[in-house]
Design a protein around this ligand. Structure first.
Ligand SMILES: C[S@@+](CC[C@H](N)C(=O)[O-])C[C@H]1O[C@@H](n2cnc3c(N)ncnc32)[C@H](O)[C@@H]1O
Length: 226
């Protein structure tokens, strides 16, 4: 997993925008909103990759706030730090090397914790959610943005053709490697659907768990309160 993300880091943003037809930008914005942060607060973005969700969170906590983005791939963090240097909201972001399954923070450190397109990739989903819950203060939110299972009937069939056939081809053409964008549809097929993820989040100790589908359920935002 680590090696796969190391190899795709350089063109990761380009592929995200292209394959989602820029929907990923809107999805991250809605995810940051769901974290319900206020100016001056602190947030953690787990498996931050190139930092896009961290920057969305930073816009909400403002100049007095702070956002920490963690990832276990240095190549991703390198790009996140370079983007932070160019963006005004980058000033309140810090990017650190860490494992999502063993977060190097004290209990109740952040007002919210988020994870985008990465819960699917960790080896222990419940452990990751428990770690996120542990580092958030009581009353704060844990928010998950993840690719999910489309619910609109006809759209769903068309989407699966695109996702299972076309995405691996485009991914291979632009990344120059075969594996990662073949792994993508397989990993979504294996990942819990919307209702099952609600159950897992409750099992991880979160309260008031709910979700909203995005673009017909291609993606979903799940949220829970600590
Ligand atoms: C598909 S990318 C998502 C990146 C970013 N959150 C986004 O919205 O674009 C998945 C990221 O999860 C990271 N990752 C996977 N497992 C991890 C773990 N156990 N600890 C830290 N980072 C992890 C990968 O390095 C990669 O950057």
């Amino acid at each position: 997993m680590h090696d796969m993300f190391r190899r795709i880091a350089r063109r990761y943003d380009l592929l995200n925008r292209l394959l989602s037809l820029r929907q990923d930008v809107r999805w991250r914005r809605l995810t940051a909103e769901a974290a319900r942060l206020k100016p001056g607060q602190t947030a953690l973005d787990v498996a931050t990759g190139t930092g896009d969700l961290a920057f969305e969170l930073a816009r909400r906590v403002g100049a007095e706030g702070k956002v920490v983005g963690i990832d276990f791939v240095e190549e991703m963090l390198h790009i996140a730090r370079a983007k932070a240097a160019r963006l005004p909201e980058g000033a309140q972001c810090v990017f650190e090397h860490a494992d999502a399954l063993a977060l190097p923070f004290d209990d109740a450190t952040f007002h919210a914790a988020t994870i985008a397109f990465a819960l699917r990739n960790v080896t222990d989903v419940t452990k990751c959610l428990q770690e996120m819950r542990r580092v958030v203060i009581p009353g704060g939110r844990v928010v998950v943005l993840e690719l999910s299972k489309p619910v609109w009937p006809v759209f769903r069939q068309l989407y699966w053709v695109y996702f299972n056939r076309l995405v691996p081809l485009i991914g291979r053409a632009l990344q120059g490697v075969d594996g990662p964008y073949r792994y993508l549809p397989e990993s979504v097929a294996r990942f819990p659907d919307q209702e099952e993820l609600v159950r897992i989040m409750r099992e991880a100790g979160l309260h008031d768990v709910g979700y909203r589908n995005l673009t017909g359920g291609i993606a979903a935002i799940h949220y829970g309160t600590v």
